[in-house]
Design a protein around this ligand. Structure first.
Ligand code: GAR
Length: 205
């Protein structure tokens, strides 16, 4: 079976929803390892309680290059069977840009979730960006990771209406509820081999 590695940096609510959905919906993928770049990520405890193996590769005082750091991640992924041939890597609130070498090695096997309707509002504080821009709608996007920031082929998007008086906090909460549905669904499609990539587009069966 396909092995899943989830990379987190903090709260881990997307990770939790992925892990619970895999069990509940019998998605054909083995949740092999959760890796955090921060020792104090709250998601680590959640993963452990769900019986999933965890590792921390602290990035704070790491002196080497981005690729040198990513090689440490890759060696842990491979140790748990999350290989470029038989693995899927999900970035779930992993607040680091990954190196082009990592992306190339795991070509079309790294997925990310972003709290906006890409290509609008990539990067940090996407919900705040949408409110300040005056958008009427935002949402979330699950996409393959390429060497740009939030630029890879889109798998799924889910729309949220921005209400009068919304703050970053209220909008983020409604987007997060959609994220928790969209991310496990994208993983199911991947695990069931229902996603084809054609150029920068995906075709869903
Ligand atoms: C989520 O809203 C996710 O979309 C966002 O960080 C949050 C992580 O929450 N990711 C990004 O902004 C990536 N550019 P979580 O740790 O509770 O899943």
């Amino acid at each position: 079976m396909l092995n899943l590695g989830i990379l987190i940096s903090g709260r881990g609510s997307n990770m939790e929803s992925i892990l619970k959905s895999i069990k509940r919906k019998k998605i054909p993928i083995n949740p092999a390892i959760v890796i955090s770049n921060k020792q104090d990520a709250r998601g680590l405890e959640i993963a452990r309680k769900l019986g999933i193996k965890t590792e921390v590769i602290e990035s704070k005082d790491f002196k080497g290059s981005r690729w040198e750091y990513d090689k440490k991640i890759i060696s842990v992924l491979e140790k748990h069977g999350v290989t470029p041939k038989n693995g899927l890597v999900c970035l779930a609130g992993f607040m680091r840009i990954i190196s082009p070498e990592f992306v190339k090695k795991y070509k079309n096997r790294i997925i990310n979730i972003h709290p906006a309707l890409l290509p609008a509002f990539p990067g940090l504080d996407a919900q705040k960006q949408a409110i300040e821009y005056g958008s009427k709608y935002s949402g979330c996007t699950v996409h393959f990771v390429d060497s740009g920031v939030d630029t890879g082929p889109i798998i799924l998007q889910s729309v949220v209406k921005i209400k009068k008086g919304d703050t970053e906090k209220t909008l983020s909460k409604r987007i997060l509820a959609k994220e928790h549905q969209a991310y496990p669904e994208a993983i199911r499609l991947f695990a069931e081999k229902k996603i084809k990539i054609s150029g920068r587009k995906t075709i869903i069966d």
